[in-house]
Design a protein around this ligand. Structure first.
Ligand code: FMN
Length: 226
C-alpha cells in the first residue's frame, strides 16, 4: 500500500461495482476509527453524482458528526447504536418543493457543459416547475425517490472504498427534523439515515428469495426463469 493510500485508510484498489454490491451488508456495529476528510469528501462527491429527476438534485444531505448531535440522532432513531458508533451518519432529506425553487445554477451548468442546449433549457424553465407542481401531493414521494438513489450511491461507493454502512428507516421523522434544525420546514421530508464507518462485525448475508418469488417477465405472476 502506498503511504497516501495508507494514510487515507483507502483500499489499495476500490472494489468494482458488482463486487461492492455482493459484498455489502447492513453493518450494525462500527469501530470508532474516523474517516479521513479526503475520503469523506470523495464519498460526498460520489453521492451527489447520483441522477435525479430533471437533475433537480432535490436531496438535502446532512453529515451528522458532532458527538452530541449523534446522541440526539440516535435517540430519534429508537436508540439504534450504529449512529453513535459510526464516525458519521448521512441524513438524506428531500425537499418536496425543490423543483419549484430557483434552478438557475442547474440551467447554467447544463448550458456550460453543453449537455443541455439553449432550447432544452428554455423548455425546462417552463416544463420542470409545471411537472413538479402537477405532482401535487406526490411531490414528497418523488423527492424521496431522488434522495434514495443518492443514498444508494453512497452505500455502494462506501463499500467500494473499504467502508461499511447501514440503511436505516427506524426513526421518528419529527425528531430527526428537530435534530437537523428543520422543524420549521414542512416541505423537508426525511428519506433515510445511513451511518458510515469501519465495520466491527463480520458481513453476514441474510440471503435473498429465489427469483421465482419476486422477479417476473412481462406481467406480475409470470416468473422469470434463468
Ligand atoms: C430502507 C431500509 C431501511 C432499513 N432500516 C434499518 C434500521 O432502521 N435498522 C437496522 O438495523 N437495519 C435497517 N435496515 C437493514 C435491513 O435490515 C437489511 O438491509 C436487510 O436485513 C438485508 O440485509 P443486508 O443489507 O445485509 O443485505 C434497513 C434497510 C433498508 C433497505
Amino acid at each position: 500500500m502506498n503511504p497516501i493510500t495508507q494514510e487515507l485508510n483507502l483500499q489499495a484498489q476500490p472494489l468494482d461495482v458488482p463486487s461492492a454490491i455482493f459484498q455489502r451488508r447492513s453493518i450494525k456495529t462500527f469501530k470508532p476509527d474516523p474517516i479521513a476528510p479526503e475520503l469523506l469528501r470523495q464519498l460526498v462527491e460520489l453521492t451527489v453524482a447520483a441522477p435525479s429527476s430533471f437533475n433537480i438534485q432535490d436531496w438535502r444531505i446532512i453529515l451528522v458528526q458532532d458527538e452530541a448531535q449523534k446522541v440526539a440522532l440516535s435517540e430519534a432513531a429508537w436508540n439504534q447504536k450504529q449512529i453513535i458508533q459510526a464516525p458519521v451518519t448521512f441524513v438524506f432529506a428531500a425537499d418536496a418543493m425543490g423543483g419549484e425553487k430557483d434552478l438557475t445554477p442547474i440551467y447554467e451548468q447544463g448550458l456550460q457543459t453543453g449537455a443541455w442546449p439553449e432550447g432544452t433549457v428554455n423548455y425546462f424553465k417552463t416544463a420542470i416547475p409545471q411537472f413538479q407542481s402537477g405532482l401535487g401531493n406526490k411531490r414528497r414521494e418523488y423527492a424521496i425517490k431522488d434522495a434514495m438513489i443518492a443514498a444508494t450511491h453512497l452505500v455502494l461507493a462506501a463499500e467500494s472504498l473499504g467502508l461499511s454502512t447501514c440503511f436505516m428507516n427506524g426513526w421518528i421523522e419529527d425528531k430527526v427534523k428537530a435534530v437537523i434544525g428543520a422543524t420549521d420546514d414542512p416541505n423537508l421530508a426525511i428519506a433515510v439515515l445511513v451511518p458510515v464507518g469501519y465495520a466491527a462485525e463480520p458481513r453476514l448475508n441474510p440471503g435473498r428469495l429465489p427469483f421465482s418469488h419476486n422477479v417476473f417477465v412481462d406481467r406480475v405472476g409470470n416468473p422469470y426463469q434463468d
